[in-house]
Design a protein around this ligand. Structure first.
Ligand code: NAD
Length: 288
């Protein structure tokens, strides 16, 4: 039943009515009957990916640290007749990982797609990075992402199927001038760990890939525009983001749906001969 809020181990869990994983009555068919779990799903790339995978017929288990935004997402999914459940979990906390996946399995019985999406940045360029910012950035973008991936891997090894999609960044490929060295380092490490996991999990029929978005139209960049452009450089709102996006060869900033479309492609079982890869979604800003 929609709207039931219960408490499990002190954390609010928001539920919608979910169909059993075997019943493939989702709006689309590419992921019909599949179960997809997404972290940081309440906004930006995660939200667009949830809507897209749901539209393709997947049952969704969505989580975020922002309970109100998560509830809003679940309302939206329900209005689109997408089968979904969700809970408030912190993607930077290792102890939340087993609970997140246990809840996924409790709701839908299995895990076919894990989108390791939650991430964040604090603008602090070299050589001004504080230890607190280093630890916060690593805990969310690398440590948490790794242990969530490891937990997903164990489930998928047991099933002998599944696919993991790590949301990295072009910052992890390009290096060089970056708004946050720890963020670039964490995303570079996540790309490396994507290859490590892909190599190990191939024998279980499990694939692991990464997506490296460029500059995407989400709150992630609106916050940077405000912090750096408006507060530090005295620019008008939007000006700093526009200047960062100016060199993009395709001439526009990315939209969350650009990332979601690639996630949907990688999640599709017909893409299951791809593993260990990183797909850059950056309008040509960074290539390899
Ligand atoms: N926006 C970009 O330009 C861009 C570029 C490259 C990579 N990325 C990556 O895409 C992913 C999503 O970014 P976005 O742009 O959608 O960001 P966003 O800030 O718009 O949304 C992030 C979501 O994650 C949630 N979140 C934050 N910390 C969390 C935590 N500890 N646990 C659980 N949820 C948490 C937030 O509440 C929010 O709903 C991140 O991994 C980010 O590094 C974004």
């Amino acid at each position: 039943m929609w709207g039931v809020a219960r408490f499990r181990e002190g954390r609010e869990v928001i539920m919608t009515a979910g169909r059993g994983a075997g019943e493939s009555k989702g709006p689309g068919t590419a992921l019909a009957g599949k179960v997809a779990a997404i972290t940081g799903a309440a906004a930006g790339n995660g939200r667009a990916t949830a809507l897209r995978l749901g539209q393709d017929g997947a049952h969704l288990y969505v989580s975020d640290i922002n309970a109100a935004a998560l509830e809003d997402l679940l309302t939206e999914l329900r209005s689109r007749k997408i089968s979904a459940a969700g809970g408030v979990y912190d993607a930077s906390r290792v102890e939340d990982a087993p609970r997140f996946f246990a809840d996924t399995v409790t709701n839908f019985g299995r895990l076919d797609v894990f989108v390791n999406n939650a991430g964040g940045i604090r603008a602090q360029p070299f050589p001004d990075v504080t230890e607190d910012t280093w630890d916060w950035t690593m805990d969310l973008n690398l440590k948490g992402a790794f242990f969530y991936m490891q937990e997903a891997a164990r489930l998928m090894m047991g099933q002998k199927s599944g696919t993991i999609i790590n949301i990295a960044s072009v910052a992890g490929i390009a290096g060089g001038m970056t708004l946050s060295p720890p963020y670039a380092a964490a995303k570079a490490a996540l790309i490396n760990l994507t290859k490590v996991a892909a190599a190990k999990l191939a024998q279980y029929g499990v694939t692991v890939n990464a997506i490296a978005p460029g500059i995407v139209n989400t709150a992630f960049n609106w916050r940077l525009d405000d912090e750096i452009g408006v507060k530090q450089l005295g620019m008008k709102p939007g000006e700093h983001l526009k200047s960062r996006a100016a060199p993009v060869p395709l001439g526009r900033i990315g939209e969350p749906e650009d990332v979601a479309n690639v996630a949907a492609f990688l999640a599709d079982p017909r893409s299951n001969y791809i593993t260990g890869e990183t797909v850059i979604v950056a309008g040509g800003l960074v290539t390899q």
